[in-house]
Design a protein around this ligand. Structure first.
Ligand SMILES: NC(=O)c1ccc[n+]([C@@H]2O[C@H](COP(=O)([O-])OP(=O)(O)OC[C@H]3O[C@@H](n4cnc5c(N)ncnc54)[C@H](OP(=O)(O)O)[C@@H]3O)[C@@H](O)[C@H]2O)c1
Length: 400
């Protein structure tokens, strides 16, 4: 199936679908990712140009692992007038984009990064190999595929006494070759259960912590993807994201009715794309409900095609071999892990990226701009419905 998909989309296609539905000769894709991260003429350019970077090499380093969450001494927090060190939680910081972002922020000395990871030892080794200074990060256990684990993480963080200034929902699983669904501890299809429902509960449980923070720019960031946006060519590579009337989500994604949000048959690649649509809709619903009241900036982003990350670990070997090479040398759409980390770090901390409700992307000069979401990924009714069904599924509503 994956080889068929590869054959289908390997040759660059000759058009792209812009938000107005017009076609151009500027974009093509491989395996659902953009071949060219070009600037669309009708899109605003951001002010920020990224720093130059080289790739991160993470090597395993033996280390002893403590499993308790270190506590925070509030005395290190200075008064409101002085910008204290910010605290940012990054989920899935043990590899790829999350690790690169953790490294980038910790190197500034202005951030303490809470690496929220399912594999404590892997995260510890990755942080050390990336050269992160111990005083700039803490690792806490979080398995997003278990709602109990999410609740324990949130409780543990609250008990640590740290303020929460920025939350980055980054972790994800992608199962493009799975023939059968797998499930979270709570019985939800794994991709949507982890990428969306786990993060949905986490964000909701930690929102009050963010409200209480005295940090000047508080942000909740949920990583999106171009593959969930059908206003791009990448988003039009089958299987396309589509939530339909959400009868499957309503039914609990447990396989008794359906494992897919739209009620259809299981498709691992689609489940990932659907989960990303939910991520982007959730960001907008947070913005609609809470931005005015709290001042928190809610944002999403497409970090670029980071073709080397562990996200593709379940893809066929041929894909993993060709995809980075093709993106690097043919399409030039390749983004290094370090570069993508710089981008996400901008969304966390750059003073020019404080606008709420925005989906950020970067052009070929690595300048940020406000991108357009697809019709479905920006549908306010769907955002509300995803929110309402999700809060029942994760036990935040009495009707659960
Ligand atoms: N790579 C791309 O081209 C690309 C493009 C667009 C968007 N994105 C988005 O970027 C984000 C990061 O992906 P990546 O490319 O950096 O992939 P990655 O290297 O595989 O990182 C994913 C992270 O999520 C963690 N994770 C998976 N399941 C988890 C769970 N149940 N609980 C806690 N953590 C879990 C992984 O932990 P382990 O280390 O323990 O496996 C890993 O740290 C994702 O949201 C993805 O959708 C990526």
């Amino acid at each position: 199936m994956a080889l068929q998909t590869a054959a289908h989309v390997f040759a660059p296609s000759s058009f792209s679908l812009h938000k107005e539905g017009k076609s151009s000769l500027k974009e093509s894709s491989l395996f659902g990712f953009p071949l060219i991260d070009h600037v669309k003429a009708d899109m605003k350019r951001g002010l920020f140009n990224s720093r130059k970077s080289s790739s991160i090499r993470v090597q395993a380093v033996a280390s002893a692992a403590a499993t308790t969450a270190p506590t925070f001494t509030p005395s290190t927090v200075q008064g409101k007038k002085t910008l204290r060190k910010g605290t940012v939680i990054i989920t899935g910081a043990s590899s790829g984009l999350g690790l690169a972002t953790a490294k980038s922020l910790s190197e500034t000395g202005k951030w303490h990064v809470v690496m929220a990871c399912r594999d404590f030892l892997k995260a510890e080794k990755a942080a050390k190999a990336a050269g992160m200074s111990k005083e700039n990060y803490t690792i806490m256990h979080l398995d997003l595929s278990s709602l109990d684990s999410v609740r324990q993480f949130a409780d543990g963080f609250k008990r640590s006494g740290r303020p929460l200034d920025v939350l980055v929902c980054n972790a994800a699983v992608y199962q493009p070759t799975a023939r059968e669904p797998s499930f979270t501890a709570d019985g939800f299809e794994l991709s949507v259960g982890t990428n969306h429902l786990g993060h949905f509960l986490l964000s909701r449980l930690l929102l009050d912590e963010m409200k209480q923070s005295d940090y000047p720019s508080k942000r909740l960031i949920i990583v999106g993807s171009i593959t969930g946006n059908t206003n791009t060519l990448a988003g039009n590579v089958p299987p396309k994201a589509s939530l339909g009337d959400m009868r499957g989500l309503q039914g609990g994604l447990n396989g008794l009715s359906s494992t897919m949000i739209d009620g259809g048959g299981f498709d691992g690649a689609k489940a990932y794309k659907d989960s990303k649509v939910c991520n982007m809709l959730t960001m907008q619903e947070f913005h609609r409900r809470y931005h005015e009241e709290t001042g928190i900036t809610f944002a999403s982003l497409y970090p670029g095609c980071i073709a080397t990350t562990g996200l593709f670990r379940e893809h066929i070997p041929l894909f993993r071999l060709l995809f980075p090479v093709f993106q690097k040398f043919v399409t030039k759409g390749f983004v290094t892990e370090e570069e993508s980390g710089e981008r996400l770090a901008q969304v966390v901390s750059d003073p020019s990226l404080t606008k709420s409700g925005v989906y950020w992307s970067w052009n070929k000069d690595s300048a940020s701009f406000e991108n357009q979401l697809s019709k479905e990924a920006s549908n306010a009714d769907k955002a509300r419905k995803v929110w309402e069904i999700s809060e029942k599924l994760v036990g935040l509503s009495e009707a659960a």
